[in-house]
Design a protein around this ligand. Sequence first.
Ligand code: NAP
Length: 242
Amino acid sequence: MKLSGKLAIVTGGSRGIGRGIALDLSASGADVIITYNENSQMAEDVINEIKSKGQKGYAYRLNVRDGNGIKAFAEEVKKTFRNIDILVNNAGINKPNDFDQIPIEHWHEIMETNLTSVFMMSQQFLPMIVEGGSVINIASVSGQYGGPRTTHYCVSKAGIIALTQNAAIFFAKKGIRVNAVSPGLIETEMSAAANQLGIDDKILLKRRGSVQEVAKVVSFLASDDASYITAQVINVNGGLYF
Ligand code: NAP
């Protein structure tokens, strides 16, 4: 299998896209550490599914807004495993509201959860990622064309794209590739907020995507098949944006 012997971390792996990514990485041969914020049972279920298919899986509770928590997590991973091969920064939230109604607290919460966390995770884990390793950040079509009712979310995801390009420049010195995957509307709890906003009509393929369709691209980017791809944004959006 193309990821045999590799160790991956997936933030927000308890449900939705992160769950799909964790399961697909493990199906490709990787052992996987998932983090979650609150849903310990769902995280445990993902780990059990990974183990039932023969890979190793670990769940770690981590609020990605908490810089000290990220440091403690990095120390724990270093102590237990020494190195990792794949880091997937997936955890994210959205709090849709009209531009003039967004409370400043929500602005900060979205920035910290979706963007600052990716900077902190990347900074803490850089020394632990092996040469030939790969970082994949989950962006969004909202960061590319401006989704309705989500100014703070759009800005955080546009920031992920800039952060990905910048980290790719720095991480290349260590032989680590950094890319972003930018999903369109994917069937998860989060995308329910986009119902009745008219976005679905603009999707060329006339349907929402599945978490597996995103996960497959992440596993590809994590593998040696993508050995000459870095600093890129790979769109998985059914033609919603091009
Ligand atoms: P989801 O189903 O709501 O899952 C969110 C995940 O993030 C959960 O595992 C959750 O953990 C975790 N999380 C939330 N806040 C956290 C925090 N403060 N600290 C640590 N973990 C936290 O969302 P999703 O649809 O799978 O989205 C996953 C990623 O894809 C996000 O970055 C999102 O912006 C992006 N995306 C989604 C879509 C879409 O259409 N769904 C489109 C484009 C991009 P708990 O279960 O413990 O709460």
